[in-house]
Design a protein around this ligand. Structure first.
Ligand code: BDR
Ligand code: CA
Length: 311
C-alpha cells in the first residue's frame, strides 16, 4: 500500500477525507499533521484526534502544526464548519492520541525522507505547514511522490472573495510558495464545488450512534440555511475529492499550467492565476484539475464510510 500523509484542519469535509483514506487497503496513512484553518490549531488538532478515536485508529500519529499564517492574521471558519471547527458530537481525545513531540513541518520532512520518492502528501488546509516544510527541506518536492492540494479557484469564483478559495486566501504567502516551488496538483473549487454525496445516499448509510450521526452531519455541514442559499441539497466535500483522486487516477482530468498565487493586493489575495493562454511564456509549474468523475468520487467515499460505520 502507498504511504499517505494528510495535512489537515478538520473541518467537516476534512473529516470525511480522513475516514475515506483510513479505510483504504491500498493506502497507509502514516500520519495527520494539523494546521490552523477551519478553527485555531488547538481545536483542529483535537478534532483530528477525536476522529481517530471514533474509528479506533489512535495508532496513526498526529503532529500539531502552525497556529497562524506566515504573514497575514489568523482567520477561521467556525461559521461554516460548526463551533470548534467541526459538527457532530465528538469524544474528548484521550492520551492514546496525544500528538507526537515534533512540529508538523518537521514531521512532514521526516516522513518525506523516510519514504523517499514514495510518499503522497495530501494538503487539505491552509498551506502553512507545507511551506514551512519546504523552507526546512528545499528538496521536499523531489522527496515526495506527489503533492495533492485542495485549493484555489482557477476558472471559477472563490468562496471567500470573488477570486479566492478559503485555503489559499487564509495563508496566501504559503500558497504562493507551494504553488511556485513544490509542483503541486491543485484540486480547486472548479471541481470540488460539485463533489457532494446526495441526500438519499447519506440516508442509507448504516448506524445511528455517535459515529453515524457525526458522519451525517459532516456530509451536510453547510446547514439548511446555506444549502437553501446555494440551491443545493448536500454540502461539497471538497477535501475528500483529493483522496479520491489519489486512490484512482481516473477521477480527475488535469492540465499543467504556469501559475501563481496573488499576495500583493486585497482583491487578488489568495487568487490562483493560471496562464492558460501562455501569455507570459513561462514553464508550467504544476497541474490543475479541470473535470472530475463524480460518480467514481461518490463510490470511493461511500465505500469507505460504509466500512467505517460497519466496523
Ligand atoms: C476548503 O476550505 C475549508 O473550509 C475546507 O475544509 C476545504 O479544505 C474549501 O475551500
Ligand atoms: Ca480543509
Amino acid at each position: 500500500s502507498r504511504p499517505l500523509l494528510v495535512d489537515t484542519d478538520p473541518g467537516c469535509d476534512d473529516a470525511v477525507a480522513i475516514l475515506t483514506a483510513l479505510e483504504r487497503a491500498d493506502l497507509e496513512v502514516v500520519g495527520l499533521t494539523t494546521v490552523h484553518g477551519n478553527a485555531p490549531v488547538s481545536e483542529t488538532t483535537e478534532n483530528a484526534r477525536s476522529i481517530l478515536e471514533l474509528v479506533d485508529r489512535t495508532d496513526v500519529p498526529v503532529a500539531k502544526g502552525a497556529d497562524r499564517p506566515l504573514t497575514v492574521p489568523l482567520r477561521t471558519a467556525e461559521h461554516i464548519h460548526g463551533e470548534g471547527g467541526i459538527r457532530g458530537d465528538l469524544p474528548t481525545p484521550t492520551a492514546a492520541s496525544r500528538p507526537v513531540d515534533v512540529h508538523a513541518a518537521q514531521f512532514i520532512v521526516e516522513q518525506a525522507r523516510a519514504h523517499a520518492g514514495e510518499l503522497t502528501l495530501a494538503a487539505i488546509g491552509p498551506l502553512t505547514n507545507v511551506a514551512l516544510a519546504h523552507a526546512m527541506e528545499p528538496d521536499l518536492p523531489d522527496l515526495l511522490d506527489e503533492l495533492v492540494v485542495m485549493g484555489g479557484a482557477a476558472f471559477s469564483s472563490g468562496n471567500v472573495t470573488p477570486l479566492a478559495e478559503a485555503n489559499f486566501h487564509t495563508d496566501p504567502h504559503a500558497a504562493h510558495r507551494v504553488v511556485r516551488d513544490c509542483s503541486p496538483t491543485l484540486v480547486g473549487l472548479d471541481v470540488t464545488a460539485d463533489a457532494a454525496v446526495p441526500p438519499a445516499e447519506i440516508e442509507s448509510l448504516p448506524r445511528d450512534d455517535s459515529l453515524g450521526r457525526a458522519v451525517r452531519e459532516w456530509l451536510t455541514y453547510y446547514g439548511d440555511e446555506q444549502l437553501e442559499q446555494y440551491g443545493i441539497e448536500s454540502a461539497a466535500i471538497h477535501d475528500a475529492l483529493v483522496i479520491a483522486a489519489i486512490v484512482d487516477d481516473g477521477v480527475l482530468e488535469t492540465e499543467r499550467y504556469p501559475m501563481e498565487v496573488g499576495i500583493d493586493s486585497d482583491i487578488a489575495r489568495g487568487a490562483l492565476v493560471c496562464d492558460r493562454n501562455d501569455v507570459r511564456g513561462e514553464q508550467p509549474n504544476g497541474s490543475v484539475a479541470l473535470e472530475a468523475d463524480y460518480e467514481r468520487f461518490r463510490e470511493i467515499v461511500t465505500e469507505s464510510l460504509e466500512r467505517s460505520l460497519d466496523g
